[in-house]
Design a protein around this ligand. Structure first.
Ligand SMILES: Cc1cc2nc3c(=O)[nH]c(=O)nc-3n(C[C@H](O)[C@H](O)[C@H](O)COP(=O)(O)O)c2cc1C
Length: 182
């Protein structure tokens, strides 16, 4: 894994959701670095519950067609989402329906893995967008990815390089509500 010069505090602060990407391709080694960062996420009982489905090029279109062919109502054309970036990584979790606590812990661990990926992406100059919504629940999308009906698409992580004008995204956060007890 290539070590980057950006420290973790800067990456945390500079990461912003950006959903518009240039055509500049993303090198495979960069994606491998993000996945390497992901697999070091904390996970209770060392279940390593994540799976990474890297979808790029014409595979994006193939997935869109599978979703559209299966029918259903869409508020927005899935192509507008799944084709927005040169590639996306669908990060999935195998459901554990008979053990709800483990299921929740596994979901949390996969979320940590996604954040690791976004921070590693930021440190490498990549833009990222975590997306869920109806497409994450779509049965045809799950079938296309080869996961079970109950498994979760925790994130569609869109990745690429932002166009120049999108690089300085303003961001606001309320001060954290903190309760100190001594
Ligand atoms: C679990 C999760 C799901 C999200 N799903 C969507 C989504 O479906 N569509 C979207 O536009 N943004 C989605 N986001 C991104 C948030 O909207 C974004 O993080 C928020 O606006 C704060 O902006 P920032 O990421 O630049 O700090 C999601 C974020 C998380 C953590």
């Amino acid at each position: 894994m290539k070590v980057t010069a950006m420290d973790v505090d800067t990456a945390i602060r500079e990461r912003r959701t950006i959903g518009v990407f240039s055509d500049r391709p993303v090198a495979q080694e960069v994606i491998e670095d993000l996945i390497e960062a992901a697999r070091w996420a904390p996970n209770h009982k060392h279940t390593e519950p994540w799976r990474f489905h890297v979808v790029s090029g014409s595979a994006r279109e193939d997935m869109c067609n599978a979703i559209l062919d299966a029918g259903g109502e869409f508020k927005k054309d899935p192509r507008g989402k799944l084709m927005r970036s040169p590639l996306f990584v669908a990060v999935t979790q195998q459901a554990v329906p008979d053990d709800p606590i483990r299921d929740q812990e596994d979901y949390a661990a996969v979320c940590c893995a996604v954040q690791n990926m976004m921070l590693a992406a930021t440190a490498r100059g990549l833009a990222s967008k975590w997306s869920t919504g109806a497409l994450a629940e779509n049965p045809a999308a799950k079938r296309w990815l080869g996961i079970g009906e109950q498994d979760r698409i925790v994130a569609y992580l869109y990745l690429g390089y932002a166009p120049e004008e999108m690089r300085e995204m303003p961001a606001e956060r309320r001060p954290a509500e903190v309760i100190w007890r001594e």
